[in-house]
Design a binder for this molecule. Structure first.
Ligand SMILES: [Zn+2]
Length: 431
């Protein structure tokens, strides 16, 4: 319940009922002999950071500051009034600093409360901020979510996993986030374009991006994904980290139609690396990760092979090997060969080290137990080189002049990449 300066009632917080004799005889502090209005005038002069430190002085002062920051006047002054417009870089930086201090104040003030009361107190303080509510603020340049993220990060820093788990449960309940996610993942891709972007913006800025260090970001991402079946997890990963079009919408069609740049796919690769690097959560195994990746690269339709190859390259040698080895062991050699040829092409285009692909191919060849099987794999890969060369040639002689030129350039890159790959492979056996 909100309070006003003029009608301040003391909030009752859990206290110890047994007091020692010295506590019974101790006199009230100087500050607590003041009427609340006067004490509030003193507190009014303190910065958020100073208030947070002051709240640690004693239980009595902690309670007084809790009462003070629960007043309507304080909330209007600090939280609502100053943030009627959330735009501009200078404002964003200033606001982020202020919300970092606010997070610290809430954290220190509420440290004596039980978990549920603590979260209720903190989130009720923020409930009037429209720019913190998913779907309420439609201005693309608004820094509200980023400020919310900074506050949440400050609040939960150094908390253990069960406590962070309670925060996310409380947050999911307060924001109806699961229902909103369900509405988005069950709709056809692009049907709910605006909701997808709002969800991406909220989850990235509030829950995921503030964590620069890996474990926390991984923890929050897993909490968002784990209630869903694999196909929905793949879709959510795309919504959170997938490439955007120049117009700012999600690039569902772009991943299918044409090869995208490293920049467009690097966020998605980063998310996979995050999930892949620690698999001791019960819900995540290597097989489930591979299954999510399989689902991802066919949403909304099978991706352009160059994007599949580039995503695997960006995910790093270990994950790339695991994916291809798993497919090879399942007898999907045509698919493996096609992906490898495109990985070689991507290495040539993006100027990556070709020795890494040679190492990858040799590693995969070793999973076959007999020389005949290894020969069959290498032969399959070389046949695929010929097949893709023919495909590129056919593309370069049909269509309009612009398309022909692009296809011809691609053909040249493929021939160059083939030469560089085979030279590097040959060097492996001659040095
Ligand atoms: Zn806003």
């Amino acid at each position: 319940m909100e309070k006003d300066f003029r009608s301040v009632k003391k909030t009752i917080y859990p206290t110890r009922s047994i007091r020692t004799r010295s506590q019974c005889h101790s006199r009230r502090s100087y500050f607590h002999q003041l009427p609340p209005e006067l004490l509030y005038m003193v507190l009014d002069k303190l910065s958020l950071l100073e208030l947070s430190v002051f709240s640690l002085v004693s239980k009595e002062m902690n309670r007084s500051i809790m009462d003070y920051i629960s007043t309507k006047a304080w909330k209007s002054k600090i939280i609502i009034q100053n943030h009627s417009a959330w735009f501009g870089k200078d404002f964003a930086n200033r606001a982020k600093r202020q919300f970092r201090d606010l997070g610290l104040l809430f954290k220190r003030c509420s440290m004596l409360l039980p978990a549920k009361e603590k979260f209720r107190f903190i989130f009720s303080q923020l409930s009037k901020i429209q720019c913190f509510v998913l779907g309420q603020c439609l201005f693309p340049g608004c820094s509200g979510f980023a400020c919310y993220g900074v506050l949440l990060q400050t609040l939960t820093a150094q908390w253990d996993e069960p406590e962070c788990q309670r925060v996310i449960n409380f947050l999911l309940e307060q924001t109806n986030l699961l229902q909103k996610m369900e509405a988005v993942v069950t709709a056809k891709a692009e049907v709910r374009g605006d909701q997808e972007l709002q969800l991406r913006c909220f989850c990235r800025k509030v829950l995921l991006d503030p964590w620069i260090s890996q474990p926390q970001c991984q923890f929050w991402l897993m909490q968002l994904l784990k209630p869903w079946p694999m196909v929905s997890q793949a879709r959510l990963l795309f919504i959170f980290y997938g490439p955007l079009t120049p117009e700012g919408t999600l690039g569902w069609e772009d991943v299918v139609d044409r090869g995208l740049t490293v920049q467009a796919l690097c966020d998605l690769a980063r998310a996979f690396l995050l999930l892949f690097c620690k698999r001791d959560y019960k819900v995540w195994t290597t097989n489930s990760m591979l299954a999510i990746l399989e689902e991802l690269i066919v949403i909304p339709q099978p991706w352009h092979m160059e994007n599949v190859a580039r995503l695997l390259v960006l995910c790093g040698d270990s994950l790339c090997y695991t994916v291809l080895a798993s497919k090879a062991l399942n007898g999907r050699l045509t698919e493996v060969s096609r992906i490898i040829v495109y990985i070689i092409l991507v290495h040539e285009r993006d100027r990556f080290n070709m020795a890494a692909v040679v190492k990858l191919v040799l590693q995969i060849s070793r999973i076959f137990s007999t020389p005949t099987e290894r020969f069959f794999f290498i032969q399959k890969m070389e046949d695929m080189f010929s097949e893709i060369t023919r495909e590129f040639y056919e593309m370069s002689v049909r269509g309009n002049q612009q398309d022909n030129r692009e296809a011809f350039q691609k053909l040249c890159v493929l021939l160059d990449s083939s030469a560089r790959f085979h030279t590097t492979l040959f060097l492996q056996f001659t040095t």
